[in-house]
Design a protein around this ligand. Sequence first.
Ligand code: PGA
Length: 263
Amino acid sequence: MEIIIQPTPEAGSIVAAQIIAKLVRRKPDCVLGLATGSTPLGTYRELIRMHREDGLDFANVTTFNLDEYVGLPLEHPQSYRAFMAENFFRQVNANARRTHIPDGLARDVPAECARYEAAIVAAGGIDLQLLGIGTDGHIGFNEPSSSLASRTRIKTLTERTRADNARFFHGDLAQVPFHCITMGVGTIMASREVLMLAFGANKADAVAAAVEGPITAMNPASVLQMHPVAKCVVDGAAAAKLARRDYYHWVFAHKPDWQKISA
Ligand code: PGA
């Protein structure tokens, strides 16, 4: 895994947006895997700025989101469909027909999961998957003990994840759904490139375990050690428990010119 440590979440978000923008410019019809939560918001803001000021064009980009709550009405402000519309899709020239999010209201959940997997394959597979990491090491909503080969399916959220996400529901835990549809760890691993973001001291343990710990279903993000092209962008606080921080800084400072990240 390539670990990119930036001083602040803002700086990390700019690096992440530059990595995504570079792909969109090189391959205007690329397939992006997208994420929700607090962490990617700065990246979306920077991509929106690039769209407005530099003409970064999303018209031909196809997107697949990682997950969706089961049972929340589409118009609920915390459905991931609503989150993505507000924080990204509506603010760039995304083509609605090319934006995909699992249908958390599907009557037949297993059929919806199979349909989602098939849609990813039909689009040619995901070129780059953006990820956050949960305080418990989850990616998407693949909670600890998720099969590392899993595909899109229903999951039951842990109490910790429900409590972490209660802040989006006015702190009212009772409103946080118990179930979600999430891409599996195997679905994420099938993407051609993975870009995981983690900001803040509350992510430091999960990041250290994912990057430097053993590969284990108890920290699903740790399987990214097996991905051929995985980058992890962290701020100083989220990097604080990485034993080899100095080495990661060294590597980033000595990248050959052709590998340097800029939009
Ligand atoms: P967060 O969530 O970005 O809101 O911290 C990350 C995650 O749960 O994957």
